[in-house]
Write a protein that binds this ligand. Sequence first.
Ligand code: GDP
Ligand code: MG
Length: 382
Amino acid sequence: ARGASLTDFADKVGVDAASLVQVLFHMGEMVTATQSVNDETLQLLGEELNYDVQVVSPEDEDRELLESFSLEFGEDEGDEADLAARPPVVTVMGHVDHGKTKLLDALRKANVAAKEAGGITQSIGAYQVVTEVDGNERAITFIDTPGHEAFTAMRARGAQATDIAILVVAADDGVMPQTVEALNHAKAADVPVVVAVNKIDKEGADSTKVRGQLTEYGLVPEEYGGDTMFIDVSAKAEIGLDALLEAIVLTADAELDLRANPNQRAEGLAIEAHLDRGRGPVATVLVQRGTLRVGDSLVAGPAFGRVRAMLDEFGENIQEATPSRPALVLGLTAVPGAGDNFMVVEDDRLARQIAEKREARERNALLAKRSGRRTLEDFMSS
Ligand code: GDP
Ligand code: MG
């Protein structure tokens, strides 16, 4: 555990805590055995004891934790033949007020499946739309948290949720600072970009200018010989939405090989979660591999539980969720964070064990942060 007291450290390096307290005392540090120790002290202590002290990232730490249960997150199991096509997962990014929220709402409404079912989509943090391309019904998953904050927050945690980024640029405003920021995030993540030139209904809209501006940033429109699709849209007047959906599918087909194994234990990411008065913790998860089913034992960050029910973006009960499908999950004991990974495990007991270890670790990390100190295990390589 990241109990991270001097006692724990002593256990790990195989000396008794009292002598560590003494060593520190001689180094001019007054530390009791139950205290945690700051970076510099740890490095010094390491040198003193001839012990290699290294900073361990939370991601590595979690990987190690899972390994200790013989689990691994992030890989498809099986071989080529086990992989099946999955829909692209899309994030909308762009400068403030350029229409990200409006566009996400408009795309929801453009959903073929929604029209057929007469359904109204609910906000669950992500949703899937179905569109027709070349006579085939194709699904696209949208992560419904606009802005690159969510995108970067997840990436910072090593969670790659997005396959394609839609860069929204208002045609009356053109490229703005956050447009460039968003673009750079997409580049850094090596995620293909589809540009939605929005607000073309407005007076003063100049979509040609936007194309010229973005060309300077390396996003060259197809019509200029580049490989980025630019689609003129109006989220407000609902213009160009089908073309945008088609562009996403075409970009996915041209640049990505999106496949996953639906026949393995499910794993993916928590996209959004909150505590609901009536239903308890509810989390929207994005399945990345495998198929999540009602009744599965789940661990999601520091939360665990058995999937009591799953709902889709129409509020309809679903029994299972395949790769790239977002689903609202009921039955967790706590609220996971956005970007936390989830995985199905053999039984509730195992789920609880992992969750408890993560919780203890988070609690300690928080305490260490508050006291301005890092916990010992943050720096231990073994
Ligand atoms: P966000 O900050 O990028 O999420 O932008 P919003 O979606 O909140 O939109 C900002 C403002 O632009 C709102 O007042 C929208 O109604 C408006 N807006 C968004 N899309 C369009 C559009 O296509 N045409 C026009 N005329 N206004 C739009
Ligand atoms: Mg918004």
